[in-house]
Ligand binder design. Structure first.
Ligand code: SF4
Ligand code: SF4
Length: 375
């Protein structure tokens, strides 16, 4: 068995579903130009980490000077739970599948470090390597595509013919030459389902995503106000979206993961929006400990919950939203004003008038006045 085959066999034994190897090269001039132009246009929005180390993302040798190979791995997180349509009941929110279980970063990193230790122990000469999961300076999908894990679909996700696109990616940069895999062809064909289904038009053309319009960006990456014109488009999404993966035919027969840490925690598949609205700071930290949602903190998450409640247009939610109007966090109060304006009706009006005459909301007073005028 060759060294590369040994590495792949061990990686599979650790629970990785996909493993491929590519040379540690800069992408083709076309891909490099595309990425840099994409950044120049401001498409990265508030994702400053993408701009900060753009050159390193392009050239792996700026991260590991003698890098020769990149091992890309994929770990399936699809749990055998039906598509969102089953859960589109009134008062429920939607959380992306990847955030139902434990945070994948630590989990994948631990396994990649084991893989690196194995490589070092099996190599005849000293090996240097660096491990990345999501946050490192690596163009993960680009590199994974070169390693033959899948092709980048029109929705820009990496799609495997074996397991679809519900998988996490990780990499090891190595100063060792290995046997390289070939990229696989594009199997999107004439399909355009993801583009047609995207509720915000974020896939501006096949293979091009404008994250600033994407619900995942708006509900996860964006830390401050959600642009008013985007709020109605979020629907009941409170953390991520995934519609463009739900509709992808390559996900129709996605196998279920055997990884128990990705199984949904109780209450995270289509949770009740009202129960989330009541989460205090301490409860939030306890409930989302070791879960990806903790990243957006309580203020970001409840901002999203409040927007989803506004999008329900259910006038009976005026009273619960009054609680959000008194939240210590100005970001939540401000979005609660918008949500009450969306509900409309006499109950929402009364809540806003009460807030106007109280002194708890000085920062949002102008917003309240505008909302009342528009009602
Ligand atoms: S995640 Fe949702 S908003 Fe973003 S591109 Fe896919 S369908 Fe569109
Ligand atoms: S939905 Fe169709 S076009 Fe979009 S990524 Fe999947 S196969 Fe490609």
């Amino acid at each position: 068995m060759s060294f590369t085959e040994k590495i792949k066999t061990y990686a599979k034994s650790l629970g990785f579903d996909l493993v491929g190897v590519s040379p540690a090269e800069v992408p083709s001039p076309d891909r490099k130009k595309f990425f840099l132009q994409w950044l120049e246009k401001g498409s990265a929005g508030e994702m400053n980490y993408l701009k900060k180390n753009a050159e390193k993302r392009i050239d792996p040798r700026l991260v590991l000077p003698r890098a020769q190979s990149i091992i890309s791995v994929g770990m399936n997180y699809f749990t055998d739970i039906p598509l969102r349509a089953t859960f589109l009941e009134k008062g429920k929110g939607w959380i992306s599948r990847y955030a139902w279980g434990d945070d994948y970063h630590d989990h994948l990193k631990e396994k990649l470090l084991k893989l690196l230790a194995f490589i070092k122990s099996e190599s005849r000469k000293p090996v240097e390597g660096k491990v990345y999961v999501d946050t490192g300076p690596v163009l993960e999908r680009e590199v994974g595509g070169r390693a033959g894990l899948g092709w980048q679909g029109k929705n820009t996700n990496l799609i495997s013919r074996k397991i679809g696109s519900w998988f996490f990616l990780g990499e090891i940069l190595l100063d060792v030459e290995l046997t390289y895999d070939e990229p696989i062809p594009d199997f999107c064909g004439t399909c355009n389902r993801c583009i047609e289904a995207c509720p915000t038009g974020a896939i501006t053309e096949p293979y091009v995503l404008d994250p600033r319009r994407c619900i995942s960006y708006l509900t996860i990456e964006l830390k401050d106000n959600i642009p008013v014109e985007s709020r109605p488009l979020l629907g009941n999404h409170i953390f991520g979206c995934d519609i463009c993966q739900d509709v992808c035919p390559w996900n129709r027969k996605a196998p279920a993961t055997s990884e128990t840490s990705f199984l949904p925690r109780e209450g995270l598949v289509a949770p009740s929006l009202l129960s989330l609205l009541r989460l205090g700071e301490e409860e939030f930290r306890t409930f989302f400990k070791k879960n990806p949602i903790k990243r957006v903190k309580r203020k970001g998450f409840l901002r999203n919950v409040v927007v989803a409640l506004g999008n329900s247009r259910d006038p009976d939610l005026a009273k619960p939203l009054e609680l959000a109007l008194k939240d210590p966090e100005p970001l939540i109060r401000s979005h609660a004003v918008w949500a009450l304006g969306q509900l409309g009706g006499s109950k929402a009006q009364q809540v806003l008038e009460r807030a106007l005459s109280s002194e708890v909301n000085p920062q949002v007073i102008e917003e309240i006045k505008r909302a009342l005028e528009a009602m």
